[in-house]
Write a protein that binds this ligand. Structure first.
Ligand code: UTP
Length: 290
């Protein structure tokens, strides 16, 4: 029997330099896609996978994230006074239940591995999910739910992967696959940001993981890897020698919202899909394209 995945860690302490200058004042995770922050999509995906507790790893200048998930008393009163009950109900429905979210501080952006390690005391001794909120994954079934379902068969640890162009392996953690059964892939290894000639495959790890708590012991060594950062991939590669580790080729489309063009694509694609906005969005895009 595997323990259920109840908690999710969402590292949000990065500097977001690829989408400057907007991220000077607004955390990258709160940049809007259509009409809500990037982070709202990730939280919805995690909820659909049964996550009950969210652990945000924040840093300086990220207080607005905590405030986003709180009541905005004046705004709510105004909406009620003006009879905008639909909008008010929508805002209230998206609020977390009291106590459902924890915020821990990374203090220095030393890398993703370090950010995840900062959540160790809140996660405790149970398997947990990690979601990088700058990836929005759109699909019929929540990407994390797909991983959780696969975890029900495999136990151990899992990462979501997708095929990327060979020349782009340097941007990702890349797995060394050993065999494949449908979407489930067994692995021999993984490496962070390999150059295309060193990459063992073009199957890149995207920002969705299920990890066993033993990862924290490995992360506590705080060894620096690619780019001088404490990399999650390096500790996962070590954990793989001791515990079952699978990759899962998820079904869906990923938008890298930490990148200018990725953010633009997400806005266009998700506006086109919205029943209330799709037709108007299409007209606007066609108009721009002349
Ligand atoms: P990125 O690699 O996108 O880094 O981090 P970044 O700093 O946010 O953005 P750029 O590259 O400067 O534009 C992936 C995820 O890991 C988090 C980020 O917030 C993001 O969600 N992260 C990264 C941390 O929380 N702490 C870190 O030290 C590094």
């Amino acid at each position: 029997m595997t323990k259920p995945i109840r908690k999710a860690v969402l590292p949000v302490a990065g500097l977001g330099t690829r989408v400057l200058p907007g991220t000077k004042m607004v955390p990258k995770e709160l940049l809007n896609v259509v009409d809500r922050p990037i982070l709202a999509y990730t939280v919805a995906e995690a909820r659909a996978a049964g996550i009950e507790h969210f652990v945000f790893v924040t840093g300086r200048g990220k207080q607005a994230i905590e405030d986003y998930f709180d009541h905005h008393v004046e705004l709510e009163a105004q909406l009620a006074a003006k009879g905008k009950t639909g909008q008010l109900d929508e805002l209230l429905a998206e609020l977390p239940r009291p106590g459902e979210m924890s915020f821990v501080r990374q203090m220095q952006p030393l890398g993703l591995g370090h950010a995840v390690w900062c959540a160790r005391d809140v996660v405790g001794d149970e398997p947990f999910a990690v979601l990088l909120p700058d990836d929005i994954v759109d699909g019929e079934t929540s990407c994390l739910k797909q991983l959780v379902d696969a975890f029900g068969q495999t136990g151990g640890n899992l990462v979501a992967v997708e095929e990327v162009p060979h020349q782009e392996t340097r941007k990702y953690g890349v797995i060394d696959p050993a065999g494949r059964d449908g979407r489930l892939i067994s692995m021999k290894g993984m490496v962070e940001k390999p150059s295309p000639d060193q990459a063992p495959s073009n199957l890149a790890i995207i920002g969705r993981y299920i990890l066993q708590p033993e990862i924290f012991d490995l992360l506590s060594a705080q060894e620096k890897g690619a780019g001088g950062e404490i990399q999650l991939t390096d500790s996962m590669a070590k954990l793989m020698t001791r515990q079952p580790f699978h990759a899962y080729a998820y079904d869906g489309v990923r938008y890298d919202c930490g990148d200018k063009i990725g953010l633009l694509r997400a806005n266009v694609a998700l506006a086109l899909k919205r029943p209330d906005l799709g037709a108007a969005a299409r007209r606007a895009i066609e108009d721009l394209l002349g």
